[in-house]
Design a protein around this ligand. Structure first.
Ligand code: G6Q
Length: 544
């Protein structure tokens, strides 16, 4: 690996540092006053997404310099390398081709000289055929009843995408079916998911890329016991009630699932980038193959935009650059994602994995220290609920929290005044954050002097507003791809590997050492005094 330069060594970085000294003292009130058209000018519409980024603490020069930095950091080359199927996940020696999962039939994306797109569509076709059989009632359970419940068992990338997409697209889902998602190794998750389900009508989708993950395998075995016991103790029931999504056919067969009922994907699909692979089987069962394909088309439209649009007119690039601007220059440690759309309630949780597992790194691709802050903490809740809890801190706290507001013009449930009220709130929040309320305004309203500091909103708090027409499967695909490529843009600037996750390994190894120790007896505990004491106390609590 050749030694690379830290992003901080690029001339544009130094120029941005100097520029920041100038911008940080400018208020959005002044920036808007100087340019009456700012709100229309600093906005971008592409592939059906309108991004208003005018309420950011930037000038035209900021964008120019950030784009220059992207050029100096080699963003273009990184994008091309990903789409070319190069092994850009260097620590795992893997290509990163989630973009191939949504490439249209007939497209060509080569990996080691082989076009992977036909393989993608072969699996999609099998998934569609299976989904049709389940949804139409043609596939029968062991006792001859049709399947009415689907339980997805997976964790991390094999759970967060499917559950988020199911919730997001619930409007389009088969309402005569029940969908549940079990991820946690805490037995409560499984117990609560199945407590009102009839095994004779339940299909388990065991979703695990490796088919070795402790939580998923534990839950899958528990599910198998639960199912077989309720269906007369006949192991043959497994064939009608379990399907697998995995890259590991051997382990799937060993578990007892016929590999004819396995849907595959490939090592070039990272877990957190897999909701549009066979990992999306539960999503497809819920919304049907046609809607699933529409979602993939949405992803693809954003992929093409990302690959082709010039950086200053490129939605994911702009959002990624703005994230770098706040993380590195304003040193803002978090980003809030605030969807004004109830169906997107799991979107922030989904983004937490996508953004933080990808960009929570401190070394560059060549192993050298990054030399600046990397991935911010992503968090959020749907509006308007958040307004009645944590927005206080965003408005008047001491931390700068850049916000992404997400809203849709057309409601999926047009009931009375609800949607106007919802949208009025999202627009009002962006306005309040940017412009605040001055002491002079408060005094003019007759606010008592001692209350003025408490009621002052300094404003100048940045936000993006993403406005889409309607939450459709395609719109969801576009939104997810937007954040995927924004994460990629950030990672390219920081020169980090967005596609590995060594940080989750150590805890797994230590847990497997502790498991047998919890049983009690045996050799002396060899941990630190704190861990030893906790293990002993737990043993006592369990009477061991
Ligand atoms: C995602 C991570 C991780 C992974 C889970 C589940 O990028 O790699 O969240 O998805 O650990 O792994 P399996 O699908 O192999 O069970």
């Amino acid at each position: 690996m050749t030694t690379m330069q830290s992003v901080t060594a690029h001339p544009a970085w130094r120029a941005l540092q100097a520029h920041y000294e100038d911008v940080r003292d400018q208020h959005l009130r002044a920036l808007f006053a100087q340019d009456p058209k700012r709100g229309e000018r600093l906005a971008l519409e592409a592939v059906g997404i309108y991004l208003d980024y005018s309420k950011n603490r930037i000038t035209d020069e900021t964008i120019r310099l950030l784009v220059e930095l992207a050029g100096q950091a080699g963003l273009r080359e990184r994008i091309d390398a990903m789409f070319r199927g190069e092994r850009i996940n260097v620590t795992e020696q893997r290509a990163v081709l989630h973009v191939a999962l949504r490439a249209p039939r007939g497209a060509s994306i080569l990996l080691d000289g082989e076009n992977v797109v036909p393989r993608v569509h072969e699996v999609l076709d099998r998934m569609a055929e299976f989904a049709d059989r389940i949804r139409s009632g043609a596939w029968l359970g062991h006792t001859g009843r049709r399947i009415r419940n689907v339980v997805n068992i997976g964790i991390g990338g094999s759970d967060l995408g499917p559950v988020m997409a199911y919730e997001a697209l619930r409007h389009y889902s088969a309402r005569d079916m029940t969908f549940r998602f079990v991820s946690n190794v805490d037995g409560t998750d499984f117990a609560e998911a199945v407590q009102d389900l009839d095994a004779a009508e339940t299909l388990f989708v065991v979703a695990s890329k490796t088919f070795t993950t402790l939580e998923t395998m534990t839950n899958a075995h528990t599910a198998r016991d639960w199912c077989v016991e309720r269906l007369g103790g006949d192991e043959h029931a497994v064939a009608r009630h379990f399907v697998a999504v995995s890259t590991n056919a051997q382990a799937v067969a060993k578990f007892g699932i016929d590999t004819a009922n396995m849907f595959g994907f490939w090592d070039w699909v990272g877990g957190r980038y897999s909701m549009d692979s066979a990992i999306g089987l539960a999503t497809m069962l819920a919304i049907g193959p046609e809607n699933f394909r529409a979602m993939l088309a949405g992803f693809h439209a954003m992929d093409e935009h990302f690959r082709e649009a010039p950086f200053e007119r490129n939605l994911p690039v702009l959002m990624g650059l703005l994230t770098v601007w706040y993380a590195n220059f304003f040193r803002a440690p978090t980003v809030a994602v605030l969807p004004y759309e109830q169906y997107l309630k799991r979107f922030p949780a989904y983004l937490q994995q996508l953004t933080m597992e990808s960009n929570g790194k401190s070394v560059r691709l060549d192993g050298g220290p990054v030399g600046c802050d990397t991935g911010p903490v992503y968090w959020g809740e749907p509006g308007t609920n958040g307004q009645h809890s944590f927005y206080q801190l965003i408005h008047q706290g001491t931390h700068l929290v850049p916000c992404d507001f997400i809203a849709f013009g057309q409601p999926l449930n047009p009931i009375g005044p609800h949607h106007d009220l919802l949208l009025a709130n999202v627009f009002a929040q962006g306005e309040a954050l940017a412009f605040g309320k001055t002491p002079a305004e408060l005094r003019a309203e007759g606010t008592a002097e001692w209350l003025v500091p408490h009621r002052t909103f300094e404003g100048n708090r940045p936000s993006n507003t993403l406005l889409l027409e309607r939450l459709t499967p395609a719109a969801l695909g576009k939104l997810v791809a937007l954040y995927e490529h924004s994460v990629f843009t950030q990672g390219a600037l920081w020169q980090i590997n967005c596609f590995d996750q060594w940080g989750v390994e150590l805890g797994k190894v230590l847990a497997s050492r502790i498991v047998p120790e919890l049983a009690g007896g045996g050799a002396e505990l060899g941990h630190d005094s704190s861990t030893n004491a906790l293990i002993r106390r737990y043993r006592r609590l369990r009477g061991r």
